[in-house]
Write a protein that binds this ligand. Structure first.
Ligand code: NAD
Ligand code: LMR
Length: 325
């Protein structure tokens, strides 16, 4: 039997955490022959609720779940962890933008960045979900000087999956028929969902849908989908967010399918003119536990202006939290 992978989930008693922990423990993230140890980290006020999550996990009698650690101590929560999934943070409510959370949530990620630096495995892979996710990932990475910034990512996989769903509906195809979807930029209203390289059963998507549909309907729908869900549920997305976490980490750890790519927010290496270090969503190919930004895609003037808009917003967010870097 393989050695267990240690996975830390912060905010594990919250809505996303509750939807996620059972899926990691049942093998959906790392596969049916890979045992896991869950380290669930919460704030002291949520420990009673977290104990309940722990009991339910126990009651599932999941063969791959080798141990569960429940704690409000970051040193214990991140000890020797292989994957740190940083969800614990305040969600926005109706009428707010994600960046309105910045001052309240940012300090969580400077403290957790330091704790990950000091206690996690040297190869730890970090996924930031708590909003504003891209800037929080930048903060966490900046506070972990012994780790490489490529070890820190933020989640735009939910936007990617939303985009697949909308294009599949529009073209009367299955999501599995679509490849090469891309989300560029920030997990925010300025993100750029791009079907310019998408193939639907091998046919370019732009031969099946009009550019007007993409600009007037598809792009704004994906940009606003988080708000649309808050409007409908009174709460932000949780099960779909947990599902995107499973997908993001699964591909990072085990690779992307041949001929396809996924969207991940990663530290820019200057690709496509984005300043180095900015945590920006790119198309990436994953293999053997690492990722590479897909190079050489053509970006027309419209696309370039969309990337610039997201870059500008990320630089503005960075300026607000400059004291935490
Ligand atoms: P929630 O309020 O249901 O749960 C958050 C949990 O985090 C709570 O249990 C809280 O006690 C805990 N928490 C707060 N501070 C913590 C800390 N310092 N350490 C550990 N735990 C802490 O919220 P939720 O619906 O689970 O959403 C969590 C975050 O994820 C929000 O910021 C939300 O906006 C964001 N989100 C991001 C995406 C994305 O695609 N990137 C998608 C959905 C939600
Ligand atoms: C989402 O995209 O659903 C999340 O970022 C939650 C939100 O605030 O929209």
């Amino acid at each position: 039997m393989k050695a267990p992978i240690k996975v830390t989930i912060t905010g594990a008693a919250g809505h996303i955490g509750y939807a996620l922990a059972f899926r990691v423990a049942s093998g959906e993230m790392f596969g049916p022959d890979q045992p896991v140890i869950l380290r669930l980290l919460e704030i002291p006020q949520a420990l009673s609720s977290l104990n309940g999550v722990g009991m339910e996990l126990e009651d599932c009698a999941l063969p791959l779940l080798h141990d569960i650690v429940l704690t409000d101590d970051q040193a214990i929560g991140f000890r020797e962890t292989d994957y740190a999934i940083l969800i614990g943070a305040k969600p926005r409510s109706k009428g707010m933008e994600r960046k309105d959370l910045i001052t309240e949530n940012a300090k969580i990620f400077s403290s957790q960045g330091r704790a990950i630096n000091d206690h996690a495995s040297g190869d730890v892979r970090v996924l930031v979900v708590g909003n504003p996710a891209n800037t929080n990932a930048l903060i966490a990475a900046a506070n972990a000087p012994d780790l490489d910034r490529t070890q820190f990512t933020a989640m735009t996989r939910l936007d990617h999956n939303r985009a697949l769903g909308q294009l599949a509906n529009k073209t009367n195809n299955l999501v599995a028929d679509i490849s090469r979807m891309t989300i560029w930029g920030n997990h925010s209203m300025t993100q750029y969902p791009d079907i310019g390289n998408c193939l639907v059963k091998g046919t370019p998507a732009l031969e099946l849908v009009s550019r007007d549909w993409a600009i007037d309907h598809f792009i704004p729908r994906i940009q606003r989908r988080g708000a649309e869900i808050i409007e409908a549920r009174g709460l932000s997305s949780a099960a779909s967010a947990a599902d995107a976490v499973v997908d993001h980490v699964h591909n990072w750890a085990l690779g992307t399918p041949e001929g396809d790519w996924v969207s991940m927010s990663v530290a820019s290496d200057g690709s496509y003119g984005i300043p180095e270090g900015v945590v920006f969503s790119y198309p990436v190919i994953c293999k053997d536990g690492s990722y590479e930004i897909v190079q050489g895609l053509d970006l027309d003037e419209f696309s370039q202006s969309r990337l610039k808009a997201s870059e500008k917003e990320l630089l503005e967010e960075r300026a607000i939290i400059a004291d935490l870097l």
